[in-house]
Design a binder for this molecule. Structure first.
Ligand SMILES: [Zn+2]
Length: 346
């Protein structure tokens, strides 16, 4: 056995010397020190030797094993230094760096922040409400009774289609506008107050370039004693100037909403053609941006506010529409497709 040990030492040292890659290193290590390697065979043979021979042979075997382990360790150091050197050799300081992808605020979030920022500067508190509402807050309290023809204008996702208990007003739905938050706020607060409410709304519309089953609105409400239409006009003028630029013109058109009386739709002079007429404004020179009006006394009645003592105005706008007008975007679906080539532009 002693001869075989000397032979093994010679061969192993030659093998280790010849190793030049990580793969060769692993193979050589397995050949000698692995579970099925030369040493494992020798230890088995040692067990079969006579008790007199065993201690001396065992010592020699252990010594050779530690010599080879040391050799492998040295070789591993040499190989790892070599690969560092190789990396340094291929590093080119003149190559352009890899630019990490940095996230940014989505255009819809940014537009909501801009709109709320403008109202916040004018003293409005920013509040948010739940996306799951009940019929009372979404319709009844806003002067839209079940049998009212205007209810048909509000197609709605209902969550409870039947068995909604003894109180039909508790029937749950996905809110079809942010206006129910007016009701929630007025039920819990006493005037005076002014709030802006950003949030998601849902309507079962077929998706196309200008419709989506989910979009965003910002709602506004101001209630105090002696609030009048002139206050509404000033606030919305101020908003339009801050949102679209100081040169923008604003006009009010009479309209109908169940929850306001009188009601008006608000247009701004087309920001693409400055009012001369173009494709975006259908040659009219005007773009509709929001609906507004004085809070209907029936709404005050539903929340227990005395309409002889207090008056107020409300308005609501579509966030996607504002963003599309401001940035010349012609398809609402672009906001939700998450194409970074589109989102990265804003
Ligand atoms: Zn135009």
């Amino acid at each position: 056995m002693e001869n075989r040990l000397r032979e093994l030492e010679k061969l192993a040292l030659l093998d280790i010397k010849a190793v030049s890659t990580q793969q060769e290193f692993e193979m050589a290590r397995a050949k000698y020190l692995g579970r099925k390697g030369a040493f494992s065979v020798l230890y088995k043979e040692l067990a079969a030797c006579s008790p007199q021979e065993r201690p001396a042979l065992g010592q020699k075997l252990n010594k050779l094993k530690s010599v080879l382990e040391e050799e492998f360790k040295n070789k591993a150091n040499v190989l790892s230094r070599g690969s560092c050197q190789a990396r340094q050799d291929t590093f080119d300081a003149t190559m352009p760096g890899i630019c990490p992808l940095v996230g940014k605020t989505h255009l819809i979030t940014k537009t909501i922040d801009d709109i709320c920022g403008i109202f916040s500067c004018m003293g409005f508190g920013i509040v948010e409400g739940p996306e799951i509402e009940n019929e009372f807050n979404n319709f009844e309290a806003l002067n839209i009774p079940l049998d009212h023809p205007s209810r048909e204008a509000f197609d709605t996702f209902y969550l409870d289609t039947e068995n909604f208990g003894s109180n039909p007003q508790a029937r749950r739905l996905l809110r079809s506008h942010t206006s129910p938050m007016q009701i929630r706020y007025m039920l819990e607060h006493k005037p005076p107050f002014s709030i802006a409410v950003p949030g998601k709304v849902f309507r079962p519309d077929a998706t196309d370039a200008s419709h989506s089953f989910m979009f965003h609105q910002v709602e506004g409400l101001m209630v105090a004693d002696n609030i009048n239409f002139a206050n509404l006009k000033w606030i919305l003028f101020e908003f339009a100037r801050k949102c679209f630029g100081s040169a923008v013109q604003v006009r009010f058109r009479p309209h109908f909403f169940p929850f306001t009386e009188p009601s008006a739709e608000v247009d701004v002079s087309c920001i693409i053609c400055q009012g001369r007429g173009c494709r975006v404004c259908s040659q009219s020179g005007w773009l509709e941006i929001l609906g507004s009006g004085m809070v209907d006394p029936n709404v005050f009645k539903a929340v227990g506010i005395d309409s002889d003592k207090f008056s107020g105005f409300a308005f609501g706008m579509g966030v996607e529409r504002i963003a599309m007008l401001k940035h010349g975007i012609d398809d609402i679906r672009l906001f939700y497709e998450n194409d970074l080539r589109f989102l990265g532009q804003f």
